[in-house]
Design a protein around this ligand. Structure first.
Ligand code: N01
Length: 640
């Protein structure tokens, strides 16, 4: 199962090919053509990209280098079209692939190559389990319950299916998709490149936009559930209330509320929680919230039944969600007041709403392997992403402005962008410049629509603190802002992992009591005293400036499957994470998070829990998570 389109024969004229090449991302195109035509001359040393930083176009090629790259590509494409060259189908592996990957990712990227080669294997699936339960433990009863049919839960189900392990996914909604099902607010889309935000082994090369919209992603996950044979394993409109471990039998009993409101118990040898971090809307604790007499709703529970046309709308919050829907509804509402507590940093992204250019789509359709090399190119730049710019320099005296010289440089560039955007509105500019270091909160992708919306005559940005919600609207110390509708764009209870489920482990210990508001896990996945309970997108697995969260889920699914393989192979009933492994790991994570902008800054963010500890974020590179999740170290676990 790949979902990938095969390439089409080239029948276009020279001009059409030249036009397409104007839209090409050149370094990965040369890589794809060099492999397809078996011609290393397409990768001359002087066209080795100077950088993989995506902020630098075309890997840093000069105008002359770009011309040369286009000429080389044109010659190869016309040779293929005219039958002088027969393109080879790409297959992952081999020295040639490694050399080509090294050409793109750089010679010092050797450590990354095994990971990158996995990425390049797409649409092949090197991470698929190469074993079957029927070979390891044919007669053993082993059933897994997965909680949630979003991106991670579907993946876990698919992997279990590949290994022949029976599973049931329990999903509280009536469809798959998780966050992409629940968030339907106008303008909802992903902020990671479309060509990265998908499973490495199941992808569509032909994404309509550089950043996919919610409906496209929901369709993608629906298609995956159907084509992956996962849907028939899902119990929809069914909610997990509790899970309890039995010390004697080493099994879990999962209590669910059925669609009819009844209770049912499901037995499981292992439980995988795939409920995500961003699925429980957080409503602000503001006095008078119940007093408001008009309609109100949270952005993640958008009430499409309420017609906002011509209405006075109050929006609380200026995070990623508000940032996307405010420009959409600003055009049609009668008036809008946006209440901002903390200004977001804006990352300039001109193509944020843009359709993928015709030329690039043409190249994906006609150049064998180009889609894979393009993804590889995006992926290599995201392994570290912006991590170096959020690294705290302990000698740097930046206060709340910046955490290092390079962070300060970033700050200066981002401030220049804001100055440009709000040049004609000094009042808005003052409010728009954040007073915390870049990277301490999620940066929002911007192509100018935010500033344009705030500048509209019918829109007002209020930075005075909200004092209370009234019957008629929202009050600050300066006065009352009347509204017909209030929209809470106030984010999610991200650090309340696994709530409201009750999870009881060994010796009757309650998971939430153990955590006491400070959720921790080993590798984000396992918790001592809760054998065979695995968390996906658990504590400290969120990424801020590098990569796509789908990558993390793939690593987690791989690790969990490897744990199950060892259980089935070794004949143990369960694996219980050892305290020492868990504690040492968490100390390391905490120390590293303190050295990142989001841990060093005092700014408020959903990355921190109520105790102020960063409980959400992974502080290292993608490579480090990939390495740590290849093969479980069984010394980290007590077998039961
Ligand atoms: O939530 P948020 P979100 N009074 O927590 C404000 C992902 N996501 O739904 O910053 C006044 O970021 C709060 O203020 P402050 C993405 O990972 C991705 O927007 O805490 N204001 C903030 O402005 C993202 O980071 C996409 O001071 C109050 C806002 O509400 C994550 O989800 C799209 C308040 C909450 O912002 C969460 O984003 C959407 C109060 N009492 C979401 N309480 C994309 O892919 C809260 N606020 C693009």
């Amino acid at each position: 199962m790949t979902g990938t389109t095969s390439t089409e024969p080239i029948t276009d004229g020279d001009d059409a090919i030249r036009r397409a090449l104007l839209d090409a991302e050149l370094p990965p195109l040369l890589a794809a053509l060099a492999i397809a035509t078996d011609d290393p001359a397409l990768l001359p040393g002087h066209l080795r990209p100077a950088t993989i930083n995506r902020l630098v176009p075309q890997g840093g090629y000069s105008a002359e280098q770009q011309d040369e790259a286009r000429s080389l590509a044109f010659a190869a494409l016309t040779a293929i079209r005219d039958g002088r060259l027969r393109p080879r189908r790409m297959s992952a592996g081999g020295d040639e692939m490694l050399r080509t990957a090294g050409f793109l990712a750089g010679t010092d990227a050797e450590r990354y190559l095994p990971l990158l080669m996995d990425e390049l294997a797409a649409p092949d699936d090197p991470a698929a389990p190469r074993w079957q339960k029927s070979e390891l433990a044919p007669d053993r009863l082993f059933h897994v319950v997965i909680v949630g049919a979003g991106m991670s839960g579907l993946l876990a189900g698919y992997r279990l299916g590949q290994a022949g392990i029976p599973y049931t996914i329990v999903e509280k909604n009536d469809d798959v998709g998780g966050t992409w099902l629940e968030n339907t607010y106008p303008g909802c889309r992903v902020d990671v490149s479309s060509h990265l935000y998908n499973y490495s082994f199941f992808k569509h090369d032909d994404w309509p936009h550089y950043f996919s919209s919610q409906d496209v992603l929901l369709d993608y996950f629906r298609e995956f559930a159907d084509r992956g044979g996962i849907r028939e394993h899902i119990r929809f409109s069914t909610e997990v209330m509790a899970a309890e471990f039995d010390d004697d039998t080493c099994t879990w009993t999962v209590r669910v509320r059925t669609p009819s409101g009844g209770t049912e118990l499901l037995g499981a040898q292992a439980v995988i929680s795939a409920v995500g971090q961003l699925n429980r809307p957080s409503y602000p604790r503001i006095e008078g919230r119940d007093d408001f007499t008009g309609p109100s709703f949270h952005s993640a529970r958008w009430d499409h039944g309420i017609d906002l046309n011509g209405k006075r709308v109050a929006v609380i919050g200026t995070g990623a969600s508000a940032f996307q829907f405010v420009p959409e509804i600003a055009r049609t509402v009668g008036g809008m007041v946006v209440f901002q507590r903390t200004a977001p940093w804006l990352g300039p992204t001109p193509d944020y709403h843009a359709p993928v250019s015709d030329g690039l789509r043409w190249l994906f359709r006609h150049v064998p392997g180009y889609a894979q090399w393009y993804r590889f190119w995006l992926f290599s730049s995201s392994v570290e992403g912006g991590l170096p710019t959020v690294d705290v320099d302990p000698t740097w005296q930046g206060g709340e402005r910046s955490v290092s010289a390079s962070n300060d440089e970033r700050r200066a560039l981002l401030t220049m962008y804001l100055e440009h955007m709000f040049a004609d509105r000094p009042d808005l500019l003052r409010a728009a410049i954040p007073d915390y270091p870049p990277g301490a909160k999620r940066m929002l992708r911007d192509n100018g629509v935010w500033a344009a919306a705030l500048k509209q005559d019918n829109v007002e940005l209020v930075t005075d603190p909200i004092s209370r919600i009234t019957e008629r609207g929202i009050a600050t110390a300066e006065g009352e802002y009347e509204a017909d509708v209030i929209i809470y764009a106030t984010g999610f209870s991200a650090s309340d992992f696994l709530l409201p489920m009750t999870v009881t482990g060994r010796d009757g210990v309650d998971l939430h009591k153990r955590w006491n508001g400070d959720a921790r896990a080993y590798l984000g996945m396992t918790v001592p005293g809760f054998p065979n309970l695995f968390l996906m997108y658990g504590p400290n697995t969120n990424i801020v400036v590098n990569g796509s969260i789908v990558f993390f889920s793939e690593c987690e699914a791989h690790y969990i499957l490897e744990c199950l393989r060892s259980l089935l192979h070794d004949g143990h009933r369960a694996l219980d994470c050892r305290d020492e492994a868990h504690d040492a790991y968490n100390e390391m994570i905490d120390a590293a998070n303190r050295r990142r902008a989001w841990g060093a800054s005092a700014v408020n963010s959903w990355y921190k829990n109520a105790l102020g500890r960063v409980s959400q974020n992974w502080p290292f590179t993608l490579m480090e998570y990939w390495e740590r999740t290849r093969t479980p170290d069984l010394g980290d676990y007590d077998p039961l």
